[in-house]
Structures are given as C-alpha cells and as structure tokens.
Design a binder for this molecule. Structure first.
Ligand SMILES: NC(=O)C1=CN([C@@H]2O[C@H](COP(=O)(O)OP(=O)(O)OC[C@H]3O[C@@H](n4cnc5c(N)ncnc54)[C@H](OP(=O)(O)O)[C@@H]3O)[C@@H](O)[C@H]2O)C=CC1
Ligand SMILES: O=C1CO[C@H](CO)[C@@H](O)[C@@H]1O
Length: 443
C-alpha cells in the first residue's frame, strides 16, 4: 500500500532528480524540505556503530529504516531502536532492495571498508556519515572527496570532538590570536600502533568462523586470510593490522589534528612527511612513532610552511618545547600550538590553556555533531567538516602511514598528482591492490 506521505516524498524526489539532471548535477539534490523525515540506515551496528546510530536516531526527524552488520550477532543491541526495521548482513543487498527508502547512511565499520561502502552509497545519492579515519589509504580519501563533490550529498566524518566545546574553544583562541601566529604544532596520543590483539604476526592456529559472521564480507577489499579467532582481527583489534586498520595515527590523527587543521584553516596538501619508529614488519603498525610533516602555511601561521610533529605510543613533546608554567602539565593526549606570543596546550577533549601569565580562555559551547549532519541532510547545508575536509585530513594521516614503510626518509608529496616524487617505491603504499569483486573504481 502507498501512503500519502510516500507519494509526496517520491514526487519530491522525482522533482529533485529532474532538477538535478537539468544542471547535470547529482542524482539527488542536496537536502530535502525541512518538514520531511530522514530515512536512515546504519551500517556497522555494534561498537562505535551503535552509538553513532543511537545519536543520529535521537534527532526527531530521523526514522531508522534498516540496519546492516556482517556479524548478525552484533545487531541485537541496535534492534530495539527500530524493531520493525529489516536487518541485513550485506550493505549492497540493503541498498539494492531498499532503494529510495534510504536517504542517508552511517558507515561505522573497520577502516578498510569505509571507502567501498561510502562511495557506493554516495553513487546512489545517499547522504553519508562515515567514521574516522575517512579511509584506509590516501588514494581512497581522494576518491571520497571527489565522489562527495560529484554526488552533491551531505557528508560528515565521525570526528565528533570537532563539535565539542574543548576543540571549538581551542579553534577560536587560535583564530582570535591569543598566542599570535603559529610557528609549529606538536600533537601526541598515548595509544600504541599495535598491541590490541596481542599478536605481531598472523596466528598459527585458526578457529572456525562464527555462524553469525560473513567473513568474506568482513575481509572485503583486503586479501583473504583465515578468521583467526575472536579478537585476532575482529572485533576492534583490526586497528593493529596494516591490511585493515591504520595504527595509532590512523586511530587518533583525525581527532587530534582536527582542531589544528580547522583552527589554522589548512587546506593545502602536506609537502613532505618523515617517520621514525621502533620498527615494523609486514603485518602490524609500529609500537611507537614520531612523524614529521611540513604543510603549507596559512593566514594563521608565522611562515609560508608549518612543521607538524606527531608522536604516539608514549612519545610526546619535550618540556623544552611545551615550556609549561609551574603547576601546568601535559595531558596524556593533545596538542601544543607554538605561537609567537606563547604556547597553547589543547588536551584531547579538554579545555585549552596557555603558558602566558594572566591569560585565560573562555569556553565556547558544544554543538551536536550528529544532529548537525542530520540538519544538513534535511536543509541541504553542508557542515564544515564534510568529506572534502575529512578527506584532506585523512590524506595527511594516511601519508604518515606511508612514511612508516621508509623510516628516517623524508618523502616529498605532490598532492595534485597524489604522488611521492622522490621515492617511487613509496607510491604503492598510497593505495592498495583490491580483492577481486571488491574493487573501487576511480571517481
Ligand atoms: N569517533 C570515535 O570516537 C570512534 C570512532 N571509531 C571508528 O568506528 C569504526 C568502527 O570501530 P569499532 O566500532 O571499534 O569496530 P568494531 O570492530 O567493534 O565494530 C565495527 C562494526 O562494523 C561491523 N562491520 C564490519 N564490516 C562491515 C561491513 N562490511 N558491513 C557492515 N558491517 C560491518 C562489525 O561487525 P563484526 O562484528 O563482524 O566486526 C562491527 O559490528 C572505526 O572506523 C573506528 O575508527 C571507533 C570508536 C570511537
Ligand atoms: O576516540 C576514540 C576512542 O578510542 C577508540 C579506540 O582506540 C578510537 O578508535 C576512537 O577514535
């Protein structure tokens, strides 16, 4: 049976598509009218996926119309949010079968599957909320940027602290000139590149794949390998493994470098990157790493280029760099913005402070990251951190992972060509070989 609202909705979409093709623009015009509902499907329903879906669904104009997870045992938690919504194991089948009944999706799956799912969804005209890092490789991030632009859909990366008071306050303080123009950035996270699975190499013994899990779909674009066992790769521990996750910088770079990129309005590609670490094999990421970037300067930087240093696994900037006042201390994770007038320390999810006597920073209020994306889908207004921004940030983060294969070497990057110009062997790490049946075409 067709309801009146279904008819109105279809008519609206038809009009939108007609209008779109008149401009040779996307198959789905940005945004619907504000009175309409957003028909939403969540892909990846446990772990972060559960909280993404719950927070998106808490918007009163969102209707959950489907859920999808390659492990059906991990869909139990999300079902009560919309008991009537069908549950799928294969996102392609869901998108094929439900067609226009889905306006928007969240992609909260392991990093290696972000691009293949999000690009497919965007090509079908769906708005996409995708977890950080936006993709597993530099090339994929570039494809995501291009596809988002082409499709004209509303996108947002799952770096929710972007909307939190802490980061918004730090951004405002930098743009207000509290420490003057910025000379250097030092960002660090306590997390290590591996250690979650307790393994440095593939396990010798393998357990049977649980009945609820489609291992072929979980592996997706990566080369096939045996399941291993619980928490070898799935769930959560895929972060350690080069085929699936992105190490410590991949896990936290899009969080910690987000206020840096936003505050300084960095839109240029990194000029060079260099990694120094404690060693790695062909399987997992290094335990501890320092990555040095040089990015183009902006109106907020003291020079035409800006050095950004990333530290993880227990490494962090020295006291000589931070120059803290008595009583101040460095947080476990955060950034030091080195300015002409002093330093600002921005803890990860904590209010910023400066090492200038007598200067206090007034907090700015938080916004709702999830509802901001929904409002954008409904109004057609793209939030500031869509896939153009998120893709750009992710390219820098994943470039750090390319440099890890060549420790101690400065790699020069031509962002326009997406190419390392001084080490041809490095270029293969900008992308990956896709498993047959799971290829991603250039956008
Ligand atoms: N913004 C933030 O603060 C946070 C972001 N994240 C990000 O969220 C993403 C997910 O991380 P996390 O929740 O810890 O990972 P998990 O491995 O715990 O969960 C991922 C979920 O996605 C499912 N899944 C995997 N592949 C597919 C697929 N192809 N189609 C549908 N479902 C799939 C998984 O199923 P299965 O059980 O089979 O693995 C699982 O339910 C990552 O990108 C991570 O970086 C994570 C934590 C916090
Ligand atoms: O913010 C976060 C909390 O920790 C998780 C596990 O390392 C991260 O993936 C995530 O981005």
């Amino acid at each position: 049976m067709t309801s009146a609202s279904d008819t109105t909705r279809r008519d609206f979409l038809k009009t939108s598509v007609a209008a779109a093709s008149a401009f040779a623009a996307p198959a789905f015009v940005r945004g619907q009218n504000l009175n309409s509902q957003l028909q939403f499907a969540g892909i990846g329903t446990d772990g972060k996926g559960y909280s993404d879906i719950k927070l998106i669904a808490s918007h009163d104009k969102v209707k959950c119309v489907a859920f999808c997870d390659v492990d059906l045992s991990r869909t139990e938690k999300v079902k009560p949010l919309a008991p009537e919504a069908p549950v799928y194991q294969d996102y392609k089948k869901m998108l094929d079968e439900l067609g226009d009944k889905i306006d928007a999706v969240s992609v909260s799956t392991p990093d290696h599957t972000h691009a293949i799912i999000s690009i497919d969804a965007m090509q079908r005209g769906k708005h996409v909320y995708c977890q950080k890092p936006l993709t597993r490789t530099v090339w994929e991030a570039r494809q995501m940027r291009q596809q988002a632009k082409k499709a004209g859909v509303i996108t947002r990366m799952g770096n929710q602290i972007h909307s939190h008071s802490a980061y918004r306050t730090g951004v405002k303080a930098i743009q207000d000139g509290v420490i003057g123009k910025v000379k250097a950035i030092h960002s660090w996270v306590g997390t290590t590149g591996h250690g979650r699975s307790g393994l440095l190499d593939r396990p010798v013994k393998n357990e049977a794949v649980p009945k609820s899990l489609d291992w072929n779909l979980w592996i997706s674009v990566a080369p096939m390998r045996p399941y291993g066992g619980n928490r070898v790769y799935h769930p959560f521990t895929w972060r350690d493994w080069q085929d699936f996750g992105s190490g410590a910088i991949g896990d936290f770079g899009c969080h910690l470098l987000d206020p840096v990129y936003t505050a300084l309005k960095i839109t240029g590609d990194p000029l060079s990157v260099r990694s120094e670490h404690t060693g790695m094999n062909d399987e997992v990421w290094p335990a501890q790493e320092t990555i040095k970037y040089v990015v183009p300067g902006t109106q907020y930087t003291a020079s035409r280029s800006l050095p950004i240093t990333w530290y993880d696994g227990g490494r962090r900037p020295s006291n000589g760099i931070a120059k803290l006042l008595p009583g101040q201390s460095l947080p476990n994770s955060g950034s030091v913005f080195v300015g002409q007038k002093g330093n600002m320390i921005l803890p990860h999810v904590g209010q910023p402070f400066v090492n200038i006597e007598g200067v206090k920073i007034e907090p700015v209020e938080s916004l709702d990251h999830y509802h901001g994306w929904v409002d954008g889908c409904l109004s057609g207004k793209q939030p500031s951190d869509g896939f153009e921004y998120g893709g750009h940030l992710t390219e820098a983060v994943q470039l750090g992972n390319v440099a890890a294969y060549f420790p101690g070497e400065t790699l020069e990057f031509d962002g326009k060509a997406v190419k390392i110009t001084n080490n041809s062997a490095a270029n293969k790490y900008l992308t990956r070989d896709y498993r047959s049946g799971f290829e991603i075409a250039s956008t």
